[in-house]
Design a protein around this ligand. Structure first.
Ligand code: PLP
Length: 400
């Protein structure tokens, strides 16, 4: 088969995957590695959640389940959305259980976007969002996020890019990769613009629970009960409950046509999320929530360690994340010169060869090539040790 003969050949496999491969190679060569490229919580499940997983297997809850999720979980999620997110849905049938937030994004774009439709997205952005818009044959329209304005998704910048082809405004708060959190005023402005032009709002809230005081997570769906029919709110068990491998997420949908399309795309893509994972998720959402706070406490500690390590180095400016588990740092030409690398891409690759994980800015969009992302979702011990090494590497002389 010839490469380039199919639409999917135009999508990349993702730069972070390439970096990960280099890290694993360095590890195989006996180097100590620091997994700062990866965004996977290192925590185990809360004990009652593990118990539910085992119980589901023991009770042979291993058969086909309803396409949009088991009713028990959908009902619990409707309740969680009402009490925690202030999103009131008419019925549990407005919650669709997906194979992670990733699959929720895939389904949302497949159901709402057609060839040529434009979707407003922040730039930088976790790339899978943009790729999923393209898979739906839509056109992502980037709104650059700037260091000077705290990487905020500015309503006036969004508004400038709205055209007759705009179908939806996508937002992500807390944001991957910058860690910026959107305030209520921005969310209200997005609602105003969407209402004026009858646009969809697609809100990715995968990091709702990884948010540092005094910041607070506000779900856009809670601010516009009268516009719920045009809002798709997306959540994940991956970060909130460290269940990334169990691939469980969910989205909200109120519009009957959207609901029907979702049933169709889900039937054709997964025909229901893994039954054991759903029973596990039910325990996670209904049981003791103290694990969320415990993990957050550790994330905060790791964030502070990493920020301290990256502060005061010539040519690199870290942004203190308000949420998520990433440090996004801006690079100046002086650091490339001192470290003898051409650009952020080469810096990230060189660091990977030394066992230090990171993700280069251009993995997240066209406007942020002079940036780099470090993740602190690996163990606190690894963050402690790795931050010392990272500071040495970035503040010293040529890396090559
Ligand atoms: C912004 C954002 N949204 C969604 C996801 C997808 O999460 P999952 O598919 O594991 O639920 C991620 C994962 O890294 C993410 O960073």
């Amino acid at each position: 088969m010839q490469h380039g003969t199919h639409f999917l050949d135009s999508l990349s496999l993702g730069k972070i995957v390439q970096i990960r491969e280099r890290i694993l190679k360095a590890q195989a060569e006996g180097k100590k590695v620091f997994r700062f490229e990866s965004g996977d919580p290192n925590f185990g499940l809360a004990p009652h959640v593990t118990a539910a997983l085992k119980k589901a297997a023991d009770e042979e809850k291993t058969h086909y389940i309803p396409n949009a999720g088991i009713p028990e979980l959908r009902k619990a999620l409707k309740n969680k959305l009402a009490t925690k997110n202030n999103i009131e849905l008419p019925s549990f049938e407005n919650v669709f259980v997906t194979n992670g937030a990733m699959h929720a994004l895939f389904c949302a774009f497949q159901c709402l976007v057609q060839a040529g439709d434009e979707v407003i997205v922040p730039d930088p952005m976790w790339t899978e969002v943009v790729e999923n818009i393209k898979v739906a044959r839509g056109v992502p329209v980037a709104v650059p996020l700037r260091e000077e304005t705290g990487f905020q998704y500015l309503p006036q910048e969004i508004e400038k890019r709205l055209t007759s082809k705009t179908k939806a405004i996508f937002l992500n708060t807390p944001h991957n990769p910058t860690g910026a959190v959107l305030p209520k005023a921005t969310l209200l402005e997005i609602i105003r613009m969407a209402k004026e032009r009858d646009l969809w709002i697609i809100s990715d809230e995968a990091y709702e629970d990884v948010i540092f005081a005094p910041n607070k997570h506000i779900s856009i769906g809670s601010l516009a009960p009268d516009y719920q029919h045009k809002i798709v709110s997306i959540f994940s068990f991956s970060k909130s409950h460290a269940m990334s491998g169990l691939r469980t997420g969910y989205l909200t949908a109120v519009d009957p046509v959207l609901m029907e399309r979702l049933h169709k795309i889900m039937r054709c893509s997964i025909n229901g999320v893994n039954s054991v994972a759903q029973w596990t998720a039910l325990a996670a959402v209904e049981g003791d929530q103290s694990n969320i706070g415990r993990m957050l406490g550790e994330y905060q500690q790791r964030r502070d360690i990493m920020i301290e390590a990256l502060t005061g180095i010539q040519g690199i400016t870290p942004f203190v994340p308000q949420g998520s588990f990433f440090v996004w740092a801006t690079l100046q030409p002086s650091i490339y010169k001192r470290l003898n690398v051409k650009d952020a891409d080469e810096l990230s690759n060189t660091l990977a060869g030394l066992g230090m994980g990171s993700s280069p800015g251009d993995a997240f969009g066209a406007t942020c090539a002079d940036s780099i992302r470090f993740s602190f979702s690996c163990s606190t011990q690894m963050v402690k040790e790795g931050s010392v090494v990272l500071r040495q590497l970035l503040s010293g002389g040529p890396l090559r």
